[in-house]
Ligand binder design. Structure first.
Ligand code: HEM
Ligand code: HEM
Length: 138
């Protein structure tokens, strides 16, 4: 695994440790107030970043696109801001809502960018795929 695939998987593993630590702390304290934060760290952080990592690993034409680097940084920065502000919001600090909303919209925009990168790599004519090394990894 290399490039953005490795970056996404590194991010995913970090999220899995932070998310499970929060889950364990909720379970041990019997205070589940942070459930939405835990749920998003686990599924948006760990699961989605892993899916992105394996997709980029399997499809070099997507990984080699310069837009993939933009996708990584938009996702990474917006998701870190989302998780931090979710934690603060469910901790009672309602004033962070505009920042959380903005970060969510940026994460959504990054996912739209991923849709473009992924679908254009997968539906590229066969000849272009060979030039980009797609068939070598099939
Ligand atoms: C050390 C491991 C984990 C612990 C101790 C833990 C603990 C918890 C706790 C205490 C809740 C709140 C339940 C409630 O109030 O109804 C919860 C909810 C949740 N957890 Fe975990 N969790 C763990 C791992 C995971 C993993 C690996 C995932 C996903 C990949 C995950 C996804 C979720 C989701 C999506 C919810 C929300 C469920 C709902 O909407 O009802 N958790 N977890
Ligand atoms: C733009 C990004 C997103 C926004 C703004 C968003 C917003 C929300 C909101 C408002 C809730 C309800 C929370 C509550 O009832 O307290 C929720 C729950 C949930 N979302 Fe998301 N979400 C986003 C992305 C995602 C993604 C990408 C996933 C999965 C990969 C996901 C999985 C879940 C799950 C499992 C729950 C139920 C857990 C709970 O009740 O806390 N969300 N989300």
């Amino acid at each position: 695994m290399q490039g953005v695939a490795r970056n996404f998987f590194t991010l995913a593993v970090i999220y899995s440790i932070i998310g499970m630590t929060l889950g364990l702390s909720m379970a041990m304290s019997h205070d589940h107030a942070q459930m939405p934060t835990h749920a998003h760290i686990m599924v948006l952080g760990w699961v989605m970043s892993s899916v992105f990592a394996f997709f980029y690993h399997l499809v070099p034409a997507a990984r080699n696109s310069r837009l993939a680097v933009v996708h990584f940084w938009l996702s990474a920065i917006s998701s870190v801001v989302m998780m931090a502000t979710l934690y603060m919001l469910y901790g009672g600090n309602l004033s962070v809502e505009p920042v959380l909303g903005t970060a969510s919209l940026v994460f959504f925009a990054a996912t739209l960018l991923f849709a473009w990168i992924a679908l254009s790599a997968l539906w590229r004519p066969a000849g272009a795929g060979v030039a980009n090394g797609v068939t070598a990894n099939r």
